[in-house]
Design a protein around this ligand. Structure first.
Ligand SMILES: C[S@@+](CC[C@H](N)C(=O)[O-])C[C@H]1O[C@@H](n2cnc3c(N)ncnc32)[C@H](O)[C@@H]1O
Length: 360
């Protein structure tokens, strides 16, 4: 098992490149704060020495920023918090360029809290549970449902984090153009848009799920306030809308707790698939998870799926990044009577702000 998660150790020089790439590909246009801080960290050996303490295999820039934000949440009066208005209570949400350079306050904050930061970096993981991604899951799920694979779909989410996206049928959706779906009275109302000329077929009422279960190396314990604070710390400071969705989904989850089992998906999946009753169809989903698998683990995952697909109908909805920082894609791989079909359903923004549907 250890081999599967054996990532090569990163050197400070390569970590510096990671931060520069992160700034240019992921932050530019999305977060001026993280853009400027990332470029600053890339050129700062002291901060690189700190960031390198992040657990290997994790996207280190994301983990580092979340750890800093988590500590800052307890110190809303610190000068750095002025750059995080949702923490300081400031009114103007960032969006455009910052009026001041955040790097000096960030540096001081980090270097004065090295021990606390190192503790978070060594023990925490990037487990963002992005609720708006349900806007990407919904059309893919409706597509798989329409395939008629021989039973009601049983959702199995790999890398479910807190399991909030398994509650997709409890949320409301508005894609504009009058395309509204799901529960319009839910506290979780997800907005997104369709791009391009194709539109997916989605029934007004979300198709029934036979059941749902998630698996995660480290399920987020929803009853533990420290765990939910960590989930919030993973949300980028500018994305207040995302924070609002997360808080609303946590409320729904407190009434309908999603079941997420702890363990490595590669160990648990065979048993989870086999436990699905014969008159139901396993519908696996993984969303921004396989990038945390070493290459050989990805190969093992697909051979495990193929192995099961020979003997029963099943589907896998894959939602992963395509090119770093650019866009993501939804693919479906399904097995019907042993025959495998794979197709790209959509391109999308990784956080679900838009979906470009590609098929009839
Ligand atoms: C970036 S989060 C994505 C969470 C969620 N799927 C979403 O899109 O909002 C990735 C999750 O995958 C989990 N994970 C990574 N490797 C795993 C493995 N081998 N087995 C189970 N879970 C894994 C992590 O613990 C983390 O919670």
């Amino acid at each position: 098992m250890a081999n599967r998660r054996n990532f090569p150790r990163q050197s400070p020089a390569s970590l510096s490149e990671s931060f520069t790439r992160f700034a240019e590909l992921e932050c530019q246009g999305m977060s001026d704060l993280y853009y400027r801080l990332s470029l600053g960290i890339a050129a700062d050996n002291d901060l690189l020495e700190l960031a390198i303490q992040a657990k290997s295999g994790q996207p280190r820039p994301n983990l580092f920023f979340a750890a800093v934000q988590r500590l800052l949440m307890d110190e809303p009066d610190h000068p750095l918090a002025a750059f995080y208005p949702h923490i300081s209570g400031g009114s103007a949400p960032h969006g455009g360029p910052l009026p001041e350079d955040p790097a000096p306050a960030f540096r001081v904050f980090c270097l004065e809290r090295q021990q606390a930061l190192t503790g978070l970096l060594a023990n925490r993981m990037v487990q963002t549970n992005v609720v708006r991604r349900c806007a990407r899951i919904l059309p893919a799920f409706a597509y798989v449902n329409r395939l008629g694979l021989g039973g009601t779909l049983f959702l199995i989410e790999i890398g479910a984090s807190a399991g909030l996206n398994m509650l997709l049928d409890r949320y409301g959706y508005d894609y504009g153009e009058g395309r509204v779906y799901g529960n319009r009275l839910s506290p979780v109302q997800i907005s997104s848009t369709f791009r391009g000329s194709q539109r997916p077929v989605i029934p007004g009422a979300i198709p029934d799920l036979a059941d749902r279960i998630g698996v995660d190396l480290n399920p987020v314990e929803l009853n533990d306030p420290e765990e939910t604070q960590w989930l919030k710390a993973l949300v980028w400071p500018e994305r207040r809308d995302e924070l609002g969705l997360l808080e609303a989904a946590l409320k729904v989850a407190s009434e309908h707790p999603p079941r997420v089992v702890k363990g490595d998906a590669l160990d648990l999946l065979p048993g989870l698939i086999d436990a699905v009753p014969g008159d139901q169809v396993p519908c696996l989903i993984h969303s921004h998870v396989l990038n945390q698998f070493p290459r050989e683990a990805r190969v093992m995952f697909w051979s495990l799926v193929e192995n099961r697909g020979v003997n029963r109908n099943l589907a896998v909805i894959s939602m992963e990044g395509v090119r770093e920082g650019e866009h993501a894609a939804e693919e479906v791989t399904y097995f019907r009577d042993g025959a495998r079909t794979n197709l790209r359903l959509a391109n999308s923004d990784s956080h679900g702000y838009w979906v470009e549907w590609l098929v009839e």
